[in-house]
Design a protein around this ligand. Structure first.
Ligand SMILES: [Zn+2]
Length: 342
C-alpha cells in the first residue's frame, strides 16, 4: 500500500459538494453531485483533471436541474477548460440521462461498455415501440392485478423522463482497458448485477475505485430482473461482481455513484452479500407456493405501489430466479408465474 493511499484514508473527506461546485478528493480527482428526485436526492459525478481538458465520469439525470448544474460548473469551477472525455458507468437514467446533451456540447463520443449502451437503448429508446404492453404482461406474470400494473407503468414512465435522448453512438470500453485520466492510470473492469455490463474504474497506484452503483456505502445496490429478461438471474452476476472487490486493499477509497466515498470495499462487499443471503434464506423458509408479488409482500411489506413496488418486485424475482437456478426452488410456468419448494 502506497503512502498516498494510506494518507487518503486518514484524511478527512472534503465537504459534500453542492450541485455546480467541485470538491477535491485526491490530486486530479474532483467530485460533484447532480440533484435527483426521490429518496437518493443526488447522483455523484467524478471529474478528472487532464490538464488542458477534463474527463467526466457519469453525467446525472436528464433534468433541467442537471443542465443548470453543468452550466454553473462549466462557467466556474471547470476554469474555461473543455470537457474532453465522457465516461458512463452504466445505462441507468441517473448516470446516462444527461450524457447526450453534454457530449453534443463538446462534440464528443460517449465512452461506455457495449452492454450498457445496448441496455439503455432497450430501456429508453424502445419505450414507444413495445415497452408498455410488454411491461404490462411482465407485471401480470409477477402476479399484479390491473390496477397495480397501471401504477407500475406510471412509475416506469416517470423514470424514463430522466433521459434527454441517448448518445447516438458510443466508443466501447471493455474489461482490461486502461485509461489515463486525472494523472492516474485506471483499469476498466466490467460486471453484471445492478446492470448488465457496468464499468468500474480502478486506479491501483492512487488507491481509488470509481464504483458507480456496483458498490454503495449505505444502501444496497438494486439488483432486479428487467421486463425484457423476466427469467434472468442478475443476482448470480452480482455475486461474481462482489467477489471481484474481495482483494482490494482496505485503504482503497471507493467513489460510489451515490452517497459518500468510503474505504474497506471488501468488508462492504461482504456485508452486501450477507444481506442478499439473508433474503434468500427468508424466501426458502416460506413453506407455500406463491407468485413473485406474494413473496415481494413478505420481503418488502411496505412497498405497495409505484417505484417502491416496482423495485421490490424485480428484486424479489431476481432472488427467486437465483434459487431456481441453484435448484433450491421450482418455478411453475404460466401467468402468473408461481414459485415453490423444489
Ligand atoms: Zn444510480
Amino acid at each position: 500500500v502506497s503512502g498516498a493511499a494510506r494518507d487518503m484514508v486518514h484524511r478527512v473527506l472534503p465537504p459534500e459538494p453542492e450541485a455546480g461546485a467541485l470538491s477535491a478528493l485526491a490530486s486530479g480527482v474532483m467530485w460533484t453531485r447532480m440533484p435527483m428526485p426521490g429518496p437518493l436526492g443526488h447522483v455523484n459525478v467524478f471529474i478528472l483533471d487532464d490538464g488542458p481538458s477534463w474527463t467526466v465520469v457519469d453525467c446525472g439525470p436528464g433534468l433541467p436541474s442537471t443542465a443548470e448544474a453543468w452550466d454553473r460548473l462549466i462557467a466556474g469551477p471547470l476554469a474555461g477548460r473543455p470537457i474532453g472525455r465522457i465516461i458512463v458507468t452504466h445505462g441507468h437514467g441517473d448516470h446516462i440521462g444527461f450524457a447526450a446533451p453534454l457530449a453534443r456540447r463538446f462534440n464528443l463520443t460517449v465512452e461506455m461498455s457495449r452492454g450498457e449502451w445496448q441496455a439503455a437503448v432497450v430501456r429508453f429508446g424502445s419505450a414507444a415501440l413495445f415497452e408498455a404492453d410488454h411491461a404490462a404482461a411482465y407485471y401480470a406474470a409477477l402476479g399484479c392485478d390491473p390496477e397495480m400494473v397501471r401504477s407500475l407503468l406510471d412509475s416506469r414512465r416517470s423514470a424514463s423522463r430522466h433521459v434527454v435522448g441517448l448518445p447516438p453512438s458510443f466508443r466501447r470500453l471493455a474489461a482490461g482497458d486502461r485509461i489515463e485520466a486525472g494523472g492516474e492510470c485506471w483499469r476498466v473492469s466490467t460486471g453484471g448485477g445492478h446492470s448488465p455490463e457496468h464499468v468500474v474504474l480502478h486506479a491501483a497506484e492512487a488507491g481509488l475505485l470509481i464504483a458507480g452503483d456496483h458498490l454503495l456505502g449505505r444502501i444496497t445496490p438494486f439488483v432486479g430482473t428487467d421486463p425484457y429478461e423476466p427469467l434472468g438471474n442478475p443476482l448470480a452476476d452480482y455475486f461474481a461482481t462482489l467477489e471481484s472487490f474481495a482483494t482490494l486493499p482496505e485503504t482503497t477509497l471507493v467513489l460510489p455513484g451515490h452517497g459518500l466515498p468510503f474505504v474497506d470495499a471488501a468488508a462492504r462487499a461482504r456485508d452486501i452479500r450477507r444481506h442478499h443471503d439473508a433474503r434468500l434464506s427468508d424466501l426458502l423458509a416460506s413453506p407455500a407456493e406463491g407468485t413473485v408479488l406474494d413473496f415481494a409482500r413478505r420481503l418488502f411489506p411496505r412497498a405497495a405501489a409505484g417505484s417502491h413496488a416496482r423495485f421490490a418486485l424485480s428484486e424479489t424475482a431476481a432472488h427467486l430466479n437465483l434459487l431456481v437456478a441453484t435448484g433450491a426452488m421450482r418455478r411453475h410456468e404460466g401467468t402468473p408465474l408461481r414459485y415453490g419448494p423444489a
